[in-house]
Ligand binder design. Structure first.
Ligand code: 6PG
Length: 249
């Protein structure tokens, strides 16, 4: 695990956007398809939306890039609550192929979050390397809530345990009781997230400092789900001075 502390969230965002462009460009030099999964909340709106304005974006072959979501709110497709709505324009400006933007089903597309999660699992399998349940994501960019949740995996929520219940590995799950509104969501599972080569958690501000400190210290996943994220090649925590306050003490 690597922790990088920036002076403030603006410098964190600028550098992370550049880091993402370089990571995608490096992956594109090694593989035909590059798979990136992004979280919602301020990470999506501040980081992904800023990609088009990065000087490095011009050096990325965006036609190779697939964008997936780590989680999504199970509301109508055009609702401002949808995570993809905040980044649709940015992705279009970058010139991604329409069929490479893999939005999670909305409540217009499926009857229940679980049905939507099953449809997303089928979409992931379509783009997986032979026999795998989902593609190996080159980068997963997560946010984290003040309670230590990542994606829509919340403390003491059964969604955290789908991978350790002995059931076949579940790549996505439907949630109907999210403590963070809206209550209906679709989320990748922890196992799906941890199949990524690079997992980055971008969380900043004093409000999240206690959860950041618990996660970095390796707290129990039930209490701090963010503590359980681990990339195959890299686990990177990106925060600012305010967010690092408790970890430093
Ligand atoms: C969601 C997000 C969620 C988010 C965290 C952090 O759909 O709500 O995916 O997991 O990443 O709650 O959100 P902020 O970065 O906006 O604080």
């Amino acid at each position: 695990m690597t922790v990088i502390v920036y002076p403030d969230k603006d410098s964190l965002a600028k550098v992370t956007i550049a880091r993402l462009c370089l990571a995608i460009s490096d992956a594109g030099a090694q593989r035909e398809h590059v798979h990136v999964a992004i979280a919602g909340g301020s990470v999506g709106s501040s980081l992904i939306a800023g990609l088009a304005s990065s000087p490095l974006a011009a050096h990325v072959n965006w036609s190779q890039v697939h964008v997936w979501w780590v989680d999504e709110r199970f509301v109508p497709a055009t609702s401002p609550d949808r995570n993809h709505v905040a980044v649709d324009d940015a992705l279009a400006a970058l010139g991604l192929r329409a069929e490479h933007v893999h939005r999670m089903p909305s409540s217009d597309d499926a009857d229940t979050p679980t049905q939507g999660a099953q449809a997303y699992a089928a979409e992931l399998a379509r783009f997986a390397q032979s026999g795998a349940p989902l593609p190996v994501f080159d980068v997963v960019v997560l946010g984290m809530g003040p309670d230590g949740h990542i994606a829509s995996l919340f403390p003491h929520h059964p969604g955290l345990l789908v991978d350790s219940s002995g059931e076949p590995e579940q790549v996505s799950l439907g949630i109907t009781d999210s403590p963070k509104p809206p209550s209906g969501r679709i989320s990748l599972s922890l196992a799906a997230i941890n199949r990524a080569r690079h997992v980055w958690v971008a969380a900043w501000g004093a409000e999240k400092a206690p959860a950041i400190a618990r996660a970095i210290a390796g707290d129990d996943r039930e209490d701090t789900p963010a503590a359980a994220v681990s990339g195959l090649e890299q686990t990177l925590w990106l925060t600012d001075l305010a967010g690092a306050g408790d970890a430093a003490s």
